[in-house]
Design a protein around this ligand. Structure first.
Ligand SMILES: [Zn+2]
Length: 97
């Protein structure tokens, strides 16, 4: 029997739905205390995950889920960046289907 590839599962901080890591956006608190998006999933630091969905990003921002999860305050720029990423991801979903 061939060994199955391990698929890492992470939980969206907004809707609490577990999903394969690759299907989620990773937000990372860098060792310098900055909040960055991590499209590669490889940046060092404490990470939080979000669905590629505008609804989840908005919920996470509104309820300060990322702040709580990462224990850092999110800048307006970082929040804006997240919203743009989610919008972009949703557009791509539409194009693909
Ligand atoms: Zn979600």
């Amino acid at each position: 029997m061939p060994a199955r590839k391990h698929i890492p599962i992470r939980t969206c901080v907004a809707c609490r739905t577990p999903a394969p890591k690759r299907g989620l956006m990773r937000v990372v608190r860098t060792p310098e205390g900055m909040v960055e998006l991590d499209p590669t999933g490889k940046k060092p630091g404490r990470g939080a995950y979000l669905c590629r969905s505008l609804a989840c990003v908005q919920k996470a921002l509104k309820e300060k889920r990322l702040e709580r999860s990462l224990r850092v305050s999110l800048s307006a720029e970082a929040a804006q960046m997240l919203l743009q990423m989610a919008e972009q991801a949703e557009k791509e979903e539409v194009t693909r289907s």
